[in-house]
Design a protein around this ligand. Structure first.
Ligand SMILES: *[C@@H]1O[C@H](CO)[C@@H](O)[C@H](O)[C@H]1NC(C)=O
Ligand SMILES: *[C@@H]1O[C@H](CO)[C@@H](O)[C@H](O)[C@H]1NC(C)=O
Ligand SMILES: *[C@@H]1O[C@H](CO)[C@@H](O)[C@H](O)[C@H]1NC(C)=O
Length: 441
């Protein structure tokens, strides 16, 4: 009688104790042999048959593009990386344990694949690993990391600032080959791009165009390693550079064209052109801070700047030539005047000595005739004065006409050079701007 009762009691106790152990994490941890830490779990790849490879799946979402540095050819981004793989030793049946379907414990307790990023150029403290790993009944283990990732990217700046950059972020295992670790991803490129676009907060001057995922095996002699490449395409928003570089240079070029219409006197034209040249060199300094000093494939913008600079430089030289010619003309003209002055004066004096007697006599006679009845002898002097004035102004007009009739050969040359240069310059500017437009758009 006592035996069955004891049995029943024991059975009841057993059931209740087994239920209590199943519903707590301890039972599960005991079942998984994690209570007395097994170093084996940490050091071996968690597969039962060593010839089967572990599939490590990596998903990377980009939260932001914080900075790009064209000079050092790096991009700094803010990423979130989820990594998951299967641990064949840590499995349980969740119905045996009150339906526990996730378990988390410190990452130091289990094996974690040593995946790194080849293009990574960040300093050590920039990655923040999740301190725990999460495991599911099937043995699927996952861990996440948030990283301020600075990765190298070979910028192709030919089309700057209307450029698109293709950067690779390549994941691979540092030590394991493709027989033990194979990389893959859960989500495809389109999904990753969509998620990234949704969560992206900062992207500065860049627009995330697409992220594609490429899986491949790299062979290096005997060693075959599995690689997972995220091909990220970024597109620059060019507005800032259009405002600070392209448009000002264009305006300066137009100003230089317009300066051909400034009148030559006073050397203002030359001064103005030199000022334009100085402004362009300031813009060149800005450009110097942006572009890397690479010799292969000069970017179009550098060509644009240097062409504008050269054209304005040529037009400054031309203005100097013109002003030199005009100066020569001036000094020659003065000399000619200086040498021609004496005969003219002599002639004038001879004339005034020759002519006046007749005129004076006539004038005196006429004046006397007229003056007599009026009885005002002062009129004679007045008439004499007027006559002198008329004579002087006639001589002045004659000498001016002589000057206009005979412009020196230097000023003629200067005029011809100026017009020919202006036409050539204008055509060159037109062709150049047209070429720039074609190449950029
Ligand atoms: C836990 O360890 C025992 C013996 O130490 C072993 O029989 C059992 O299979 C291990 N359990 C797991 C899940 O590895
Ligand atoms: C990025 O990776 C892909 C695939 O491996 C390769 O074809 C491409 O040339 C790489 N691009 C750069 C810029 O390295
Ligand atoms: C790379 O090699 C592994 C093992 O040889 C293989 O399982 C995997 O399918 C290969 N991956 C590609 C992309 O060829």
């Amino acid at each position: 009688m006592a035996a069955p009762r004891t049995l029943a009691f024991l059975a009841l106790f057993g059931v209740s104790s087994s239920r209590s152990s199943e519903c707590s994490y301890n039972g599960l941890l005991n079942h998984l042999n994690l209570t007395n830490p097994d170093r084996i779990l940490q050091i071996r790849r968690p597969v039962k048959d060593w010839t089967s490879a572990t599939l490590v799946q990596l998903d990377m979402v980009m939260f932001g593009i914080l900075d790009t540095n064209e000079k050092s050819q790096t991009v700094t981004s803010h990423n979130w990386i989820e990594m998951q793989w299967t641990n064949e030793f840590l499995t349980w049946n969740s119905s045996d344990f009150c339906g526990i379907d996730t378990l988390s414990f410190p990452r130091s307790m289990v094996w974690i694949p040593d995946i790194n990023i080849q293009e990574d150029a960040s300093d050590g403290g920039s990655a923040q690993m999740d301190p725990v790993v999460i495991i599911r009944p099937s043995g699927l283990t996952s861990t996440t990391a948030r990283q301020r990732l600075t990765f190298t990217c070979q910028f192709r700046l030919f089309m700057f600032p209307f450029d698109k950059q293709h950067c690779n972020i390549t994941f691979s295992s540092m030590s394991a080959d493709a027989r033990s670790i194979v990389l893959g991803s859960v989500k495809n490129g389109t999904t990753i791009t969509r998620i990234s676009e949704q969560v992206m907060i900062t992207q500065g001057e860049w627009q995330l165009n697409s992220m594609q995922i490429v899986k491949e095996n790299m062979t290096d002699g005997q060693l075959i390693t599995s690689k997972l490449t995220y091909m990220v395409t970024l597109e620059r928003k060019p507005l800032l550079y259009v405002i600070i570089l392209i448009v000002p240079l264009f305006y300066l070029l137009i100003l230089d064209l317009a300066s051909f219409f400034i009148c030559e006197a006073g050397g203002e034209k030359l001064g103005f052109k030199v000022t334009i040249l100085l402004s362009i060199s300031v813009l060149l300094l800005i450009l110097k801070d942006i572009l890397p000093s690479t010799e292969n494939g000069l970017p179009l913008i550098a060509m644009y700047c240097i062409s504008v600079f050269t054209m304005v430089w040529l037009s400054v030289l031309e203005a100097m030539l013109i002003s030199l010619l005009l100066h020569l003309e001036d000094s020659l003209g003065k000399k000619a005047q200086g040498s021609a002055d004496t005969p003219a004066d002599i002639q004038l004096e001879a004339k005034s000595q020759k002519e006046p007697p007749g005129v004076e006599e006539k004038g005196r006679f006429e004046a006397g005739k007229r003056c007599f009845p009026l009885d005002r002898p002062c009129d004679r002097d007045l008439l004499q004065l007027i006559l002198d004035d008329v004579r002087a102004s006639r001589q002045l007009a004659a000498s001016q006409a002589k000057d206009q009739r005979k412009p020196g050969c230097y000023s003629k040359l200067a005029k011809v050079i100026d017009s020919v240069f202006f036409v050539c310059y204008f055509l060159t500017v037109l062709v150049f701007l047209f070429y720039m437009c074609i190449s950029w758009i």
